[in-house]
Design a protein around this ligand. Structure first.
Ligand code: ATP
Length: 687
């Protein structure tokens, strides 16, 4: 913006400086009038006009070129009623935003007779307050006041220059304004586009004129701020409407705002809820009052509302102004049964396993489940150990769903996150904590796990520095976000898992001993799959069903030989490997049967003699049985079936020649004949 001296009329500047004010004013006015006429009559050029600002001389020139005569004042045109009505609608938000400030100006300037008017960005007058005595200019809403219609005037120049300006007397083009002073300020929208102007005009020159320009500028800027505020209000309103969460703002113990979702919870209309005392709507007054008082947030806490059996989980965030004044708090509520779903979808973790739906009833698994259920009832930390893929996370989820089903289940794989990010992942950060941090900051996984379970997988891979910090969190139950300055209290159940020998790591100074004892109050050791007998059979069946469903095909049967191979394999990758193998086999299966060749290579290769090329003896099965628990073969895998299968496939390979088939299965020709008959395979056989 230009310096004030340039924005003010020289007449006003002169008034303020001169000792003999009136005389000086009169002389100056006369001189300006003369210069204007000289310029219009082309005796001098705008360039030679030195008593007014160059932009005014230029405007005089344009006004004259528009065919206007400064000595003749024709009533300015009015926009037709229909178009004006339409225009008023379009400019409604400007008119509404400006209304209180126009009224304020009206009051402030009531003693000096002033026009206060609002124009649009084209010079159309939208609103006029306090018309002068006789309104001899006939300035009414709908008047089109521009350089083309009445010549040089303040709001027209303000629009052209995008800047505030003051004109006095003969600086206006028309003689009728010779005694008028007018100050105009532009009003811009939130994107910086010109929306209109605010003008203060008075019939005489006053001492006030030097600050009427300032008043116009300040009021115009206040109107602009009003735009920003209403844009923010709109944004807030859309956010409140869009979210499915109930949101309630509370100040000084009273509900001051509530969204639709909140009104639905309370079965209230918005107007009924707003203004309610918190004591009338919530059970947990001390909690709310503590946030209002201490300004410490409470995240994922349980909140009860009056007259409702429904349980809610919610967060209470204190609200403060830019200068740290207490603005109350914002309460977010969601029904507890939806909490799990939301927290799962927002953090990508699921906790679908329970002790009931996890597969495996082998004696080992049954014992472990009973133990884990007992642990789940207590609050102490649980360490789950076992080879990779044995189902440690499955157990962690089941413990969570047994003990804290309503809270979030947050899993962090300490080995998968880059070392330099683990800290921010776990503890979160405040805005601007480091380069690349999100502008609004972010709660860490520990904070997110409040009210639920934090599952730290691969805890053995946690860097030593962070182990110390984790230990402190477990002791104090408080965290501070990176770049933060306040502690946030946290409440979560910790379950950790590892496939490493943590005590070994402790001995090698790679894991803190104190942390080891703190996280391993309860220990669960999951056996490898190869030692879990009937679990394998049940898991195979479970995975075949699941993958067939996923592929939208009928569930294939598993040939006895393929089953035999799967049972005698030692599963170094445990349940995960078994699941992948079955997924592969289901995809590869043909005619609704999974044969050995449909199994992944690594499993077939480890089978010492390809099973199809030898006889599957009673001994083979006994060996497997002895390495499994007694349930292992409860699923119809009989030796006879295996034998029949082997013979059938040998015959297929030998094109039904018994002699060749006998060689493949390692039986004498006569024994094979007998068995072929016994199993009803003697349809197409040949010598
Ligand atoms: N009892 C079970 N019932 C059904 N599925 C299971 C069971 N145990 C494991 N799984 C499945 O096996 C896979 C591996 O399980 P999980 O991730 O829990 O193993 P883990 O021991 O935590 O592995 P890692 O050590 O690699 O983290 C998962 O897909 C899981 O769903």
């Amino acid at each position: 913006m230009q310096p004030l001296e340039h924005l003010l009329s020289p007449i006003i500047n002169n008034l303020n400086n001169a000792s003999n004010q009136l005389e000086d004013e009169r002389i100056l006015i006369e001189k300006i009038k003369r210069q204007k006429m000289d310029m219009i009559q082309k005796k001098i050029t705008p360039f030679q006009v030195d008593l007014v600002r160059p932009e005014i001389a230029e405007s005089w020139k344009r006004s004259s070129e528009n065919g206007l005569d400064p000595l003749v004042y024709n009533d300015p045109p009015l926009m037709d009623a229909l178009s004006f009505e339409q225009r008023l609608k379009e400019k409604d938000y400007l008119i509404q935003a400006a209304a209180p400030y126009v009224s304020k100006l009206e009051n402030m300037l009531s003693h000096i007779e002033a026009y206060i008017f609002l124009s649009d960005e084209n010079g159309l007058i939208l609103r006029v307050a306090q018309a002068l005595d006789n309104n001899r200019f006939r300035l009414t809403p709908g008047t089109i006041w521009t350089e083309e219609t009445i010549g040089t005037c303040a709001h027209e120049l303000c629009i052209r220059l995008n800047s505030p300006i003051q004109l006095c007397g003969p600086e206006h083009f028309c003689r009728i304004f010779n005694n008028i002073s007018s100050s105009s300020a532009p009003i811009f929208d939130v994107d910086g586009n010109l929306e209109g102007t605010l003008t203060i005009a008075s019939p005489k020159f006053h001492r006030h004129d030097s600050y009427s320009l300032g008043l116009a500028v300040i009021m115009a800027e206040t109107i602009q701020k009003e735009f920003q505020l209403s844009a923010n209000r709109e944004l807030l309103q859309s956010a409140l409407t869009a979210t499915e969460d109930a949101m309630i703002m509370i100040k000084a113990g009273v509900v001051i705002k509530a969204n639709k979702a909140a009104c639905q919870i309370f079965k209230n209309l918005e107007q009924d809820l707003i203004g309610s005392q918190i004591g009338d709507v919530f059970e947990d007054i001390p909690l709310l009052e503590s946030v209002l008082g201490t300004r410490e947030p409470h995240i994922n806490t349980h909140i009860k509302i009056k007259r409702s059996k429904q349980k809610f989980s919610g967060s209470i965030q204190p609200m403060k102004s830019y200068d740290n004044k207490n603005l109350g708090c914002l309460l977010t509520l969601k029904p507890i049964n939806s909490t799990l779903k939301v927290s799962q979808s927002s953090n990508g973790f699921t906790s679908r396993f329970t002790f009931e739906n996890m597969i495996g009833t082998s004696p080992q698994s049954a014992k472990l489940k009973n133990l884990a259920k007992k642990f789940a009832r207590h609050k102490s930390n649980i360490l789950i150990q076992g080879e990779s893929g044995t189902g440690k996370e499955v157990f962690a989820q089941a413990i969570h769903n047994e003990s804290r089903p309503d809270g979030p289940f947050i899993a962090v794989n300490c080995a998968a996150i880059p070392k330099n990010l683990i800290e921010s992942e776990l503890f979160g950060y405040e805005p601007g904590a480091f380069t690349g941090a999100e502008r609004i900051g972010k709660p860490g996984k520990i904070e997110q796990a409040c009210g639920g379970t934090l599952f730290l997988d691969e805890i053995g891979d946690m860097p030593l520095e962070l182990q110390a910090v984790l230990l402190r969190v477990l002791e104090d139950k408080m965290i501070m976000r990176l770049g933060g300055s306040r502690y946030i209290s946290v409440n979560f159940r910790l379950v950790t898992a590892t496939n490493k020998n943590l005590l070994e790591l402790v001995k090698r100074d790679l894991f803190r001993e104190d942390l080891y004892y703190r996280i391993s109050v309860f220990k669960l050791n999951i056996s490898p799959l190869r030692e879990r007998g009937s679990d394998i059979v049940q898991l195979i069946d479970h995975f075949i069903t699941a993958y067939a469903e996923a592929e939208c095909i009928d569930k294939p049967t598993l040939s006895s030989t393929a089953k035999y191979i799967l049972l005698q394999y030692n599963w170094p990758g445990n349940v995960r490997q078994l699941s992948n193998a079955i997924s592969y086999a289901v995809c590869m299966s043909t005619d609704g049967v999974i044969y050995p060749e449909h199994l992944p290579d690594e499993i077939l290769k480890t089978s010492s003699t390809p099973v199809l090329e030898r006889h599957v003896s009673e001994k083979d099965v006994e060996d497997i049985e002895s390495s499994s628990d007694s349930d292992a073969f409860a699923v119809n895998i009989s030796v006879k079936e295996m034998e029949k299968e082997a013979i059938k496939r040998a015959l297929e390979k030998a094109d039904n020649h018994v002699r060749d088939a006998a060689k493949i299965v390692g039986l004498s020709k006569s024994t094979l004949y007998r068995k072929i008959k016994q199993y009803g395979l003697d349809n197409n056989i040949e010598e």
